[in-house]
Design a protein around this ligand. Structure first.
Ligand code: NAD
Length: 264
């Protein structure tokens, strides 16, 4: 199947490099004909994101730190003047201070709690509000979450609390925006070694555990997340909103892996 995204224009937020989940998503969308704009956070990432955007045929590369409402307004103003409309938005953004992604959740500080919630959760709502104004013909909004929203995982801490709030936001936004045919969904991805994930202490153990215990006995790739994102961002999923879609090799369904009868 080709051309699923032909004629669709969207904003990709959260590419840091070619290992980013947002990169895997952009790759899958580009292969199906999507036209995309990209944002970057901070000058250091500008240099990285520009060639990536070019790889996908885009020269629309805009600065945006989601803690800055004026920066978010500026991005949507540019999209309005260039395109006049928006068909999809990818929110692949999360942040928490590294020092609090280890040890005990109970030691989370108020400052980092607020920062984590603002960048990783509220930004989706702030961006959805701005996207709504450009989605006159409906649209699709996608964010990224993790199983740590539902179950306790070592070191995920305040990020797990943030992802729980993010998943609730997906449902509230889907309800608010559904009447305008704007769909809002999340992919709950299995662990992948990216820049953001490297901030989680013991990521290597997490990857190993997932690989050994998930039904598919492997970790997922950004290409696999990208292909599922293509479904959620295209009209293939026109009847789907408010969903948390797992792309985790099935890890979330397992209570306990069957052990061989003669295991020691
Ligand atoms: P990544 O480091 O490649 O991407 C994270 C992005 O967030 C970066 O591009 C960074 O610039 C951006 N960001 C951080 N603070 C920002 C701010 N203030 N303003 C604007 N952008 C900001 O890592 P990734 O793993 O691709 O992360 C993308 C999303 O996927 C995150 O929400 C993450 O929690 C989620 N996720 C990751 C995994 C995993 O194992 N890697 C699993 C499930 C969900």
């Amino acid at each position: 199947m080709a051309g699923l995204m032909e004629g669709k224009r969207g904003l990709i937020m959260g590419v840091a490099n070619n290992r980013s989940i947002a990169y895997g998503i952009a790759k899958a969308l580009h292969a199906q004909g999507a036209e995309m704009a990209f944002t970057y956070q901070g000058e250091a990432l500008h240099r990285r994101v520009e060639p990536i955007a070019a790889e996908f045929g885009s020269d629309l590369v805009l600065p945006c730190d989601v803690t800055d409402p004026d920066a978010m307004d500026a991005v949507f103003n540019v999209l309005k003047s260039k395109w006049g409309k928006l068909d999809f938005l990818v929110h692949a953004i999360g942040f928490s201070n590294k020092e609090e992604l280890e040890g005990r959740y109970v030691d989370t500080t108020p400052g980092n709690f607020a920062l984590t919630m603002n960048i990783s959760v509220f930004s989706l709502t702030a961006l959805a509000k701005r996207a709504e104004a450009l989605m006159d013909d409906g649209g699709s909004i996608l964010t990224l979450t993790y199983y740590g929203a539902e179950k306790v995982l070592p070191n995920y801490n305040v990020m797990g609390v943030a992802k729980a709030a993010l998943e609730a936001s997906v449902r509230y936004l889907a309800s608010d925006l559904g009447p305008q045919k704007i769909r809002v969904n999340a992919i709950s991805a299995g662990p992948i070694k990216t820049l953001a994930a490297s901030g989680i202490s013991d990521l290597r153990e997490m990857l190993k555990w997932n690989e050994e215990n998930a039904p598919l006995r492997k970790n997922v790739t950004i290409d696999e997340v990208g292909n599922s994102a293509l479904y959620l961002l295209s009209d293939l999923s026109s009847g789907v909103t408010g969903e948390i879609h797992y792309v985790d090799s099935g890890y979330n369904i397992i209570g306990m892996k069957a052990m061989p009868k003669d295991a020691p």
